[in-house]
Write a protein that binds this ligand. Structure first.
Ligand code: DNO
Length: 342
């Protein structure tokens, strides 16, 4: 495996120089955050980012993410032009030798939490989710300060999108995903890029919006929509693990040939549709068992620690501080080394 770390580009307070001090990290996961969704990522833009990554002594292993325009998810007529732009971006990523593109198919909202800094008993704080607390967010005001999303919508845009998705049932969403993959996968194949869909986080509907990538069976179904090695998944232990019925080590085993990227983090579930993020070794998900499955399958792709808590007084981008993610990386390296040598 290639131990990797997410970097939010030159603006990220967690610099490449800091990341370099974490043992074993060779890969960087990043994106051209300033290209508006739906537009083509030019070779110039991607290679400027790649130059910085190379210059710091890393490999640019994964683009996370090239986001999909909502019109693609909605199946609107404008999707053909947008899918075409997506294909050009994938070609450009491939031309620069970056092997993996991560994406997701969550309507409107990417990952969702109801508390960005839940105090934990050890004095740290972590991202948390309590389903009933979603009612505290007033979406008539737009996405506002909800965390982590590449795209923010005004009140009016959001109203339009929420209304449009009311017409879209799960099966329609599946069809729209199939339509997208039928067009993009062949392009990815010839560009030497592997697509890796990220599961929905959390893996159930939020704000009344449908969510379909919520289980191992769903990810299996994605792989079957277009049967190509270029059409694969991101195994995210924290997203899948928020649902007690998702046996993440079993999913890792079942989908081993199609896993192109791995996010390893942990969650502690404290009620139905309630969890907070935890230390990498703590929590309800068995990262050791997942790593063992990946190792047994000969997994050679990128693995990154995912969100961390805020510890030692660090303040920063929710989930993406340096300290706890660095501890996570070191834990993953330790697990992998021990499994390899035993
Ligand atoms: C959250 C991340 C997600 C992820 C996208 C993948 O921290 O795991 O934002 O990047 O959902 O497209």
């Amino acid at each position: 495996m290639k131990l990797s770390f997410r970097w939010y580009g030159p603006e990220d307070p967690v610099s490449l120089a800091y990341i370099k001090q974490i043992p074993g990290v060779t890969g960087i996961v990043s994106a051209c955050f300033d290209v508006p969704v739906g537009e083509v990522w030019s070779v110039e833009k991607i290679s400027a980012l790649q130059d910085q990554i190379d210059g710091a002594g890393f490999h640019f292993e994964v683009v996370e993410s090239i986001s999909l325009h909502e019109d693609i998810k909605l199946g609107r007529p404008t999707r053909d032009r947008l899918i075409d732009a997506y294909c050009r971006s994938v070609e450009n990523v491939g031309a620069l030798g970056i092997p993996v593109v991560c994406y997701n198919f969550m309507p409107v909202f990417d990952w969702t939490r109801t508390d960005l800094a839940l105090p934990l008993s050890d004095g740290s704080n972590a991202l948390a989710y309590i389903h009933d607390d979603l009612k505290n967010f007033d979406l008539t005001k737009g996405t506002g300060t909800l965390p982590g999303w590449a795209i923010q919508y005004t009140a009016e845009e959001l109203r339009g999108l929420l209304a449009a998705f009311e017409e879209v049932e799960d099966e329609q969403l599946w069809e729209n995903l199939g339509y997208f993959l039928e067009r993009v996968v062949p392009v990815a194949e010839s560009a030497g890029v592997k697509l890796a869909i990220h599961p929905d986080d959390p893996p159930w509907p939020v704000f009344g919006l449908p969510r379909i990538i919520t289980s191992g069976a769903a990810m299996q179904r994605v792989c079957g929509l277009v049967d190509s090695p270029a059409n694969g998944i991101t195994l995210c232990s924290g997203s899948l693990g928020a649902h007690p019925e998702n046996d993440v080590p079993a999913i890792a085993k079942a989908l081993k040939d199609r896993i192109h990227f791995v996010h390893l983090r942990n969650v502690h579930r404290f009620g139905e549709q309630q969890f907070h993020e935890s230390t990498h070794p703590g929590g309800d998900v068995d990262l050791y068992a997942i790593m063992k499955e990946l190792h047994a399958a000969g997994y050679a792709g990128p693995i990154r620690p995912d969100h961390g808590r805020m510890i030692w007084g660090e303040v920063g981008r929710p989930g993406y501080g340096l300290y706890d993610r660095a501890l996570g990386a070191n834990y993953l390296l330790g697990l992998w080394t021990a499994i390899s040598r035993s």
